[in-house]
Structure formats: C-alpha cells, structure tokens
Design a protein around this ligand. Structure first.
Ligand code: MN
Length: 729
C-alpha cells in the first residue's frame, strides 16, 4: 500500500486550478460558493482517511474536478463536494439547505439514497437495480451525473481496497453505471469506467493489452502524428479546415472486439481511431468524400449516425479505411457541437446560470420512465418500458438466472444460445421469450428474458445461417456444417475403398503390413488415411483411378475383376457427379469436402488459375479464395481455412492488373496495346501517366485464362524495347 500525505497547501493549489478551469468556460461565475463548500467539507471530513491513506477531502475534490470537466453547473459541483457529508459525517440535509440551497440539499440527499441501495447480485433481478437508479435520477438527473463522477474516482483508486471488494465494485460498475453513462451519452466517463472495470475484472487481459500497446507506443505516436498530418493536408487541398485528433482505442473496446471475433490482440487490426471535427454537417460529408477518395474504405464499415442518431443523441460519421501505411484506421467525422455532445452527453445540455435545469426537459425518456414507474407494479413490466432505452448499439437480454448478455441489434434466440455456449447453440430447438414460445427467427428486444430449449438429437441446419445475426453464431454453424460434410464424405470414402480393396483381395491392414500404404497415399496426394477417404468420398479421387493404380501394382487377375467393375463404376460416377455439382459454372474453385458454398476471389491478392490458393471461411460471405502468399489473411487461424483447388472445367476470363514502367517515348502505349492484342488477350482498361526522369507508368487491366497466360503476356511486354519493368499489380 502506498501511503501518501496530501498537504493542505497542495490542495489550495488544486482548488485554485479548479477555479481557473471553471472560469475558463463560465468567465463571470461566482466561485465563492465553491470555496465555502470546500471549507465545509474539509471540516466535516477532518481526520477521516481514504483506503489509500490520503485525507478524505481528496475524494470530494476529485469528484468536483470531474464535474467541472463535464462543465456541470455550480449546484452539481457543490453537491459533488458535499456528497458524502450526510452519510459519513452526520450533517443534516436541513443544514445544507440552510448553508447552501434546497437544490443542493436535494442532490446530496439523492446521492445518499443511492449509496444505500442494496444492489441485487447478478443472479437476481437486474431490472430492479435499474428501476431504483431510474427512480433516483428521474427526480433530478444531476443526481446520477454526480454519482457517476463519484464512482469514477472510486474506480480510479480501487487498487487500495481488498481484492474481493475490487471485483464486486467493478462488476457493479460494469452492470449498472456503464450502461447508464452510455444511455446518458457521457462517453468520456463511459470509456474510462469500462477500461477501469477491465483492469480489475480481467487484470491479465488488461495488463497484456497495456503492455502490448505501450511496447509500440513511440512508433504508434509517430504514426498517429504523421497520419494526422496526411489527413489534414488532404482536407486542406480542398480548403477544408478541420481539427484532427488521433489516439489508440480504449482497451475495453479492443477487448470487446477480440471477444466478438474470437481473436488475439495481434489480429485486431484497427486499434487506432482518428477524429475529424469540422464546422457544419455539409463539411462532414465533404470531409468523408475526401477521405474515401484518398484512402481505400473497408467495405461495410461506414455508418451514418448523423442521418440516424443513436438513441442517446450521439451523432457522427464512422468509417474504417486503409491508412497511409496499409493499417486499418477508424475515422469519425463530426461537427464541434456533435463532438461536445459525444463527450459530455446529457451534461452538454446544462447551461450555467439561470434556467440551469432546462437541460433535462430534453430527456423525455426520463420523464416517461418516471410516469411509468408510478403506473406499473412489477419489475418485469417496468423493464419492458426501460428496455428500449438502454439499447445503445446493442440489446440487453436476460438469462433465466438474471444474468445479462449484450447482443447485436436484431439478434434472435439462436444468437443468444450461441452466445451462451456453442453446444447449446447447436442443440437449440426452441425458445421462450418472457415466458412465451417464439419461433427461432424471432427478433429479440432489450430487456427480454430468454429461455432456450435444447434437445440432444438436434443439429444445426443450413438455413440457420439466414436466421442468426451475430458473427459468432454464423461462424460456429459454418464450422459445424463443414465438419459434417467432411465426416459424411469420409464415411463414403471408407466404404468405397473397402469395396475396391476387397476386389483386389486386400485391405488397409494388409496394405500396411506390406508397407504399400504410404505409396498408395502419396499417389493420391493424401497426407493421411482420413484425407484419402474424404477425397474418395467427395469424388475427387475416382474409383477408376484407384483400380488403375492397383492393377498396375498388384498384377491381379483382371478377368475376375472386370465382372465387378461395372458396379463400382456406377458408384464412381455417382460420386463424380456430386463433385461436378460442386464445380458449377459459378464456382472457379472446388472447395474440399463441401458442396453448395458461396465462393469469391479475394480482392487483395486477386488469385488466378495456377496460383497456389487457400480458402478462408469469412463471416457472412461464404469462402474467400486467397493466394497462399497473401499477406492480408491470418494463416494462424486454422479453424477458418479450407482446402480449395482450381476448377479446370470453369471457363475463366479473369481480370488482372499489370503495372508497366517504360521510357516515355511517343507511341509506347500503342505498342504495348498491340503486343497484348496480338496474343488474343482482351484489354479492359488502360491508364497511363508520365513520371519524372522521362519515364511513363501504365496500368493495364487484362483478361487472362490463367497464370501461365499471364506470364506469357508479361514476358511479351518485357521484350519490347522501351520497357523497364512489368509486374502483376
Ligand atoms: Mn463518494
């Protein structure tokens, strides 16, 4: 434990500093009341110590500091200074009312009440916890904001209390105060609270993240500075003046991403977030246009919260782009006003001076909740009312045990069961929502209490992929389907091979004894028996191939065999037909052991026939085919890889980019075009520009059949006189 002494003198300086900050936005404010409250609190808490060993007054002073940072009104700040005097020092509310004001006394009384709420454990009803909090804040929202500031300082100094208390307080913060801060839109408080919760609830993860982020800190800061410069310059090219900021994302949001995608820190790509702040909405969209044309946007990552604000009034444009050094970066674009609301949320509505309370007239939902609270009896009914108000981004679902799960908006009972456990997901047959049976595709709402019904005989089906919304559920279902298909191919393969072997009076056992098995496996490019069975079962290796091989090596009596060959032949044809079905005209590649699967070529490496390739199961888009050299995919993630091979029956016309550097001489473009056309190859587009040192750069998009054709074209162009280099781009 660290023992620290705070000198009164030091605190005087702190009070001076708070006054300076307060007056920086409320220049003509009267700060006398603050000093009076400070002296009052210091006297009341005299001789009391914090767990850290510091004088108690440090705590209310820090609470007031957070409130000043949120630019709350003087009543709230003074209530922050006095928030513990009724409970801890036996000061009566009447005295506060007399010495200060009825409003301040009311806030302090509200805070004292909250501190007496016995929050139920998570196994009990969350609804009741929220109900109590909403009742407290409905009277005056400032009660909750001061409470959040109080909790913030307690969380910041949580290392000084016992381990058991650390866990309890952090869990309560995550369950109750974080959703409230989120609903009130106070993101600055929410972000810090979440990180602190992570630090005390999952210290191993927190410190690993902290270490990893610190390790590359100077590189990252340099990169952030440079990127800010690049973004600013790009915007200035179009005479757009913007404030650009950059930072590493909060640990908690990195952690959430890791959990949602089931990946490790190294695989979380976009850990940096940049913010572009401009004057007005028109400039927001203009800035977005400039950024999207300067950096490649990542598809599916653009969100317009300006057109459709979040329920907590948050507004901003979000996009993820490939940054200057090929790293994914998140960009938020908003006006100064939106930025203010995003950081301070509901606190941004407070105006100092008269009509200070007008701010929360805007919060209809609190008023509504207050009315509902008077009219409903049960907690579950109340939760029905609260439910849609707490869904910022996601929805909160209750387990029968009162545990809370956060799911994506639009999630179904199936998503919920996969969020509990993969096996529960696989075995789901039905669900009860708030006690009533619903279909599996039922859309869940915040506050729903969901009970999953399972059966041991249940297995996932393909159409489940259309029902689930979360990527976790999708991946789990896909992995299962893939495995089942391989398993059934294996069973078929075993059966076929046994029949063929019997024909030749042999068996796997005998082959092994004769030490012929490994030659047999390598003939069919299988690294083990299972792989061979799958190849046979999927029709990749035909019965005829096996017979041919065995006839050669065994020199058997062919006459007897031929009698049975017809039967095996039809079996072979049946399997080959299944294999053909896989390679329908839409599919350029055959996916090992899987039929009827969506396949597309990765844009990053644009593989063409002849390139060594690997399939990668994507979330929601079937299988993406990459070259084995592609740097964009994670080859460590074995679970998502599948074997693929080029479908020779597929008729390709595949676009490929070729970048050519040449001497800048007249007619060179024509000569290149002619050279390509002479090979009967179609040119889709051609771009050219002059480089310094009288060189020219060309980008041709040509359609080739396969890798060898591409090599031929490149070779032909290279042989032209003016050409300096030709590469596949
Ligand atoms: Mn306190």
């Amino acid at each position: 434990m660290v023992y620290r002494i705070s000198f009164a003198h030091e605190r005087e300086l702190q009070v001076d500093e708070l006054e300076r900050r307060f007056k920086s936005y409320f220049p003509d404010a009267d700060f006398k009341m603050f000093r009076k409250a400070y002296n009052f609190a210091e006297k009341a808490h005299e001789n009391q110590k914090r767990s850290s060993g510091e004088d108690y007054i440090i705590h209310p002073l820090n609470v007031a500091g957070t409130l000043i940072k949120l630019r709350m009104d003087m009543d709230s700040i003074i209530a922050g200074l006095l928030h513990d005097v009724v409970e801890d020092c036996g000061i009566s509310p009447e005295q506060i009312e007399k010495d200060f004001s009825p409003d301040i006394a009311m806030i302090v009384v509200g805070l004292t009440k909250i501190s007496k709420i016995k929050f139920k454990t998570r196994e009990e009803s969350q609804a009741e916890n929220f109900r109590k909090m909403v009742v407290a804040m409905a009277k005056d929202l400032r009660v909750i904001i001061v409470k959040l500031a109080d909790r913030m300082h307690n969380m910041r100094t949580l290392q000084y209390v016992s381990d058991e208390r650390q866990k309890k307080i952090a869990q309560e913060t995550l369950d109750i105060y974080v959703p409230l801060a989120s609903r009130l839109g106070i993101n600055s408080v929410k972000g810090e609270l979440e990180d602190l919760c992570l630090r005390f609830l999952k210290p191993d993860i927190y410190y690993r993240l902290a270490e990893k982020i610190a390790k590359k800190k100077s590189d990252r800061e340099k990169y952030i500075r440079e990127t800010i410069g690049v973004v600013k310059d790009k915007l200035l090219e179009y005479s757009l003046h913007a404030e650009v900021k950059g930072r590493s994302k909060h640990f908690f949001s990195i952690y959430k991403k890791m959990k949602a995608r089931g990946v490790d820190f190294e695989q979380v790509q976009d850990v940096l977030a940049f913010r572009v702040v401009v004057e007005n909405i028109t400039e927001c969209y203009k800035a977005l246009g400039i950024i999207h044309s300067s950096f490649t946007p990542v598809p599916g990552r653009f969100k317009d919260y300006i057109a459709i604000p979040k329920v907590n009034n948050y507004q901003s444009l979000h996009s993820t782009v490939i940054g200057p050094s090929a790293e994914r970066i998140e960009i938020q674009i908003r006006t100064f006003e939106m930025d203010e609301v995003a950081e301070r949320g509901v606190a941004a509505h407070w105006k100092y001076k008269e009509g200070a309370t007008s701010g929360y007239k805007k919060l209809f939902w609190v008023q509504e909740l207050l009315e509902y609270n008077q009219n409903v009896d049960s907690n579950s009914e109340f939760m029905d009312v609260v439910k849609n108000d707490l869904d910022v981004g996601g929805i909160f679902i209750f387990t029968p045990m009162g545990d809370v799960k956060e799911l994506k908006y639009g999630a179904t009972p199936l998503d919920f069961s996969y969020s509990i456990h993969t096996d529960i997901g696989h075995r789901t047959v039905g669900a009860k929502v708030n006690g009533r049976m619903v279909p599996l595709r039922h859309k869940l709402k915040s506050g729903d209490s969901v009970e999953i019904l399972t059966s041991k005989s249940q297995t996932p089906s393909k159409d489940w992929l259309n029902i689930v919304k979360t990527s976790r559920a999708k991946t789990k279902i896909r992995q299962w389907l893939l495995k089942v298909e391989r398993d059934s191919n294996k069973v078929n393969g075993v059966e076929v091979l046994e029949k063929v072997f019997r024909l030749f009076r042999t068996s796997v056992k005998t082959m092994k004894k004769q030490k012929k098995m490994s030659a047999f496996l390598s003939e069919f490019k299988a690294s083990n028996e299972d792989e061979l069975y799958i190849s046979i079962g999927s029709g990749k290796v035909s019965v005829k191939d096996i017979i041919d091989f065995l006839q050669l090596s065994q020199k058997s009596d062919t006459q007897e065999i031929e009698k049975q060959i017809d039967e095996l032949d039809s079996l072979s044809q049946k399997l080959t037909k299944t294999a053909r079905k896989k390679s329908n005209k839409d599919n350029a590649v055959i996916v090992d052991g899987m039929t009827d699967v969506m396949v597309r070529m990765a844009r990053c490496c644009n593989p063409i026939p002849g390139d060594p390739i690997v399939g990668y199961i994507t979330r929601g888009r079937g299988i993406t085919v990459h070259t084995t050299k592609c740097t964009r995919i994670d080859f460590g993630d074995i679970a998502r890889q599948v074997d693929v091979e080029w479908n020779e029956e597929f008729d390709f016309k595949h676009p490929v980019n070729i970048r050519i550097i040449s001497h800048d001489k007249p007619g060179v473009l024509t000569r290149i075009s002619k050279c390509i056309n002479n090979m009967d190859i179609n040119i889709k587009t051609a771009l050219g520009k002059s480089l310094p040192d009288s060189k020219g750069s060309f980008l041709f998009e040509v359609e080739v059949k396969d890798y060898s054709e591409l090599i031929k074209v490149i070779g032909a162009i290279e042989s032209l006189d003016e050409i300096l280099s030709v590469i596949r781009a």
